[in-house]
Design a protein around this ligand. Structure first.
Ligand SMILES: C[S@@+](CC[C@H](N)C(=O)[O-])C[C@H]1O[C@@H](n2cnc3c(N)ncnc32)[C@H](O)[C@@H]1O
Length: 327
């Protein structure tokens, strides 16, 4: 392996309190025993959804949740008093029936005494097209804190206001700007690029260029999604931990903002890609979508945004051309 793959910061393969980056290859249950009590500021992860993806064995939903509850109890132990857990999940689907995983996970966290601060909706524009229910276009992030004394750096994640020029129209502040010069609270609905890049690639031919982070992993986090959690919920030098790190998106987000990063992953190939992505970040060669970049909106002029000529008189075409009104 050439110099290109050497990291300027040492990457440890087991927990070391003096380390800045730890990549553990193996099971979370094994790694977590190495981590001291109350040491991690942010646990941010997307666990396996029990969907039978290439990296998981599908089991009965009750069995899956029982195993996850054991992991979460350990995660609680390593979390600092002022720390947070961000648990990103979608749906488990069986025989066409949808089980929203966040609802099933909620009691597990609650029983440990964790407090829910937000149920964040992560909305994306693309994904599988359902035919027997509405197509799913969001997943959620449950943000829990261990105590009432938690880190929340709102100013670090404010976004531009829609109407920054608004002014108070009455009272002692009449005539003064009513917003915050740093921008507005980003709210609990986050629109952060699509998760399923493959699908987006087929929908919009040039979108691949807009999603430079894609690796061989079937369901990666966009780095941008984690950056917001890192910036809002931790301070520089804090530990950020992803127990199901995949190709290390959460770790890259942590390192970008001068936090310490650790993660574990059972698939050796993903661990290696995570390592290469971290090194590429340090070398300035990692391709990623910058935080806050607007989501691509078709202009309507693209060929794929136009009604096929075979469908000219369909209800969809008539609606778009203003010939009919929506019923
Ligand atoms: C939903 S993916 C996470 C992807 C990650 N957010 C990313 O951006 O790459 C879940 C990951 O957990 C890993 N995994 C499954 N069971 C595990 C276990 N017991 N211990 C550690 N990792 C595990 C899977 O191999 C998979 O890569």
């Amino acid at each position: 392996m050439g110099d290109l793959f050497l990291s300027p910061k040492p990457i440890r393969s087991s927990f070391d309190p003096r380390a800045e980056i730890v990549l553990f290859h193996g099971d979370v249950n094994e790694f977590i025993t190495q981590i001291p009590d109350s040491s991690v500021s942010l646990i941010v992860t997307s666990p396996p959804y029990n969907l039978g993806k290439e990296y998981e064995n599908r089991v009965a939903i009750g069995e899956y949740l029982k195993a996850q509850a054991q992991v979460i109890a350990h995660l609680y132990r390593v979390l600092r008093e002022d720390g947070s857990i961000c648990w990103q999940v979608g749906n488990f689907v069986e025989n066409g029936e949808v089980y929203p995983l966040d609802i099933l996970y909620y009691p597990i966290f609650k029983e440990l005494g964790l407090k829910l601060r937000n149920r964040i909706i992560w909305r994306f524009g693309h994904g599988l097209h359902a035919s027997k229910r509405f197509s799913g276009r969001y997943e959620t992030i449950l943000w829990f804190t261990k105590s009432d004394r938690y880190v929340f750096n709102l100013n670090a994640v404010r976004v531009p206001a829609k109407y920054p020029g608004k002014r108070h129209y009455k009272g002692p502040k009449r005539g003064k700007p009513s917003g915050n010069p740093l921008g507005k609270n980003p709210s609990d609905v986050w629109e952060v690029v699509v998760r399923d890049w493959e699908e987006a690639f087929w929908d919009i031919p040039n979108v691949k260029a807009n999603h430079p982070e894609k690796t061989i992993h079937p369901c990666q986090f966009p780095i941008e999604l984690v950056e917001r959690c890192v910036l809002a919920l931790t301070n520089e030098g804090d530990w950020v931990f992803d127990p199901y790190m995949g190709v290390g998106s959460a770790l890259v987000a942590a390192i970008m903002h001068n936090r310490r990063a650790m993660g574990c992953e059972v698939v050796a190939e993903y661990v290696e890609i995570a390592r290469q992505r971290l090194v590429a970040y340090f070398n300035g060669t990692l391709r990623y979508r910058p935080m806050g970049k607007p989501v691509y909106q078709p202009t309507g002029g693209e060929k794929i945004a136009q009604i096929p000529r075979e469908w000219k008189e369909t209800p969809q075409a008539r609606l778009l051309e203003g010939k009919d009104k929506y019923r």
